[in-house]
Design a protein around this ligand. Structure first.
Ligand SMILES: Cc1ncc(COP(=O)(O)O)c(C=O)c1O
Length: 354
């Protein structure tokens, strides 16, 4: 079967995405998707874009979307790059910026795609352990490096660094590219975007998959100095000139312009997270302090894999990462109130609290 594979394909250890199964009555809390739908204005814009014009290629520069994002984030359009989900934007950044003669630094517990891209693109990387509280310590990054990538809030811990700590990291490393992956920043983190003006080496990556409930559309973006954005464009135009279709551009643009809906749904997720954490603590779980749309929890009485499997029996799907430091934990996405009730009822049943 592997007869025709390239050496690259043979040697890869691909990222394993969260399960997307078809189970009746499933409570799906394993992929950090939004429990609420996208902005109604975004849906309307996408319906309008599903038209005869689809026979034409989309704008390769996604000009309107980049302008809307520039207005939203207070930067210039040439400081914005968009791609097919932030995964694609991150992958381009690994090639365009992070691949340097010296190693790329990232935490031992973080987004598990970083080691995958490092392998695919042949980056030398150096892993920096989180501290005992599962926190990133920027002091630990004071070492020789070619580039740095940090998810803030981190995944799967949900723990956020303050903007002042990112500023410190940038002060420590003015001469190398520093990428801050802000996939979850809208749920209580402090964005590093205001630091872009003074730091031409800072790239901030965000996504529409979480806080804008558009995971199915695949839109992510990067903000940074125009020089960094130009490097991303060079890679994009060496790979796929049209990463975002007409429907994606229309929906994403309308979503960015609907600030009221965005703020309201983020606030609902944050309220849901607080309620869910409280209930889990009530059942004896240890809950790491989350600034994301998920919580990272462990129960002193049960192992992570065992608990995840038991919840699955109750049609409640959560994520478990079977690596030494993360094995005792479950990552649970904030769902609707009903989802939380189902989760808590199932967990209580498993723990014999009924
Ligand atoms: C830290 C982090 N970055 C990036 C992504 C990618 O998101 P997307 O490709 O949907 O924009 C994820 C998705 O789970 C994530 O957890």
């Amino acid at each position: 079967m592997t007869l025709f594979w390239s050496q690259i394909a043979r040697e890869l250890s691909p990222y394993v995405p969260g399960e997307q199964p078809r189970i009746a009555n499933l409570v799906k809390l394993n992929s950090n998707e939004s429990p609420f739908g996208p902005s109604p204005l975004a849906l309307e814009a996408m319906r309008a874009a599903a038209a005869d014009t689809l026979r034409l290629y989309p704008d390769p520069e996604a000009g309107e979307l980049r302008e809307a994002l520039a207005v939203h984030h207070g930067v210039r359009p040439e400081q914005v790059f968009v791609g097919n989900g932030s995964d694609e934007v991150l992958a381009h950044a690994f090639v365009a910026l992070l691949k340097q003669p010296k190693p790329l630094l990232f935490p031992d517990v973080t987004y598990s795609f970083y080691p995958v891209w490092s392998q695919l693109f042949g980056l030398d990387c150096e892993i920096v352990p989180l501290d005992d509280g599962m926190r990133v310590r920027v002091e630990d990054y004071r070492r020789a490096a070619g580039s740095i990538v940090i998810a803030n809030p981190n995944a799967p811990t949900g723990i956020a660094l303050r903007r002042a700590e990112i500023a410190q990291l940038l002060e420590d490393h003015p001469d190398i590219p520093v990428l801050i992956d802000e996939a979850y920043v809208d749920f209580g983190g402090e964005t590093a975007v205001p630091l872009i003006a003074d730091h031409p080496n800072l790239l901030v990556v965000q996504t529409m998959s979480k806080s804008r409930a558009l995971a199915g559309l695949r839109v992510g973006y990067a903000l940074g100095d125009a020089g960094l954005i130009e490097a991303l464009r060079r890679v994009k135009d060496s790979f796929n000139s049209y990463p975002l279709g007409r429907i994606a551009q229309a929906g994403a643009t309308a979503s960015v312009r609907d600030d009221a809906y965005f703020r309201e749904s983020c606030a609902r997720v944050v309220a849901g997270r607080k309620a869910m954490a409280q209930e889990l603590i009530g059942l004896g779980f240890a809950v790491l302090p989350s600034s994301a749309n998920f919580v990272f929890v462990r129960h002193p009485g049960r192992g992570g894999p065992e608990f995840a499997a038991a919840l699955r029996e109750h049609a409640v799907l959560v994520r478990h990462f079977n690596k030494p430091r993360t094995a005792p934990y479950l990552r649970i996405t904030v769902g609707t109130e009903h989802d939380t009730q189902r989760l808590i009822a199932a967990a209580a049943h498993i723990l014999g609290h009924e």
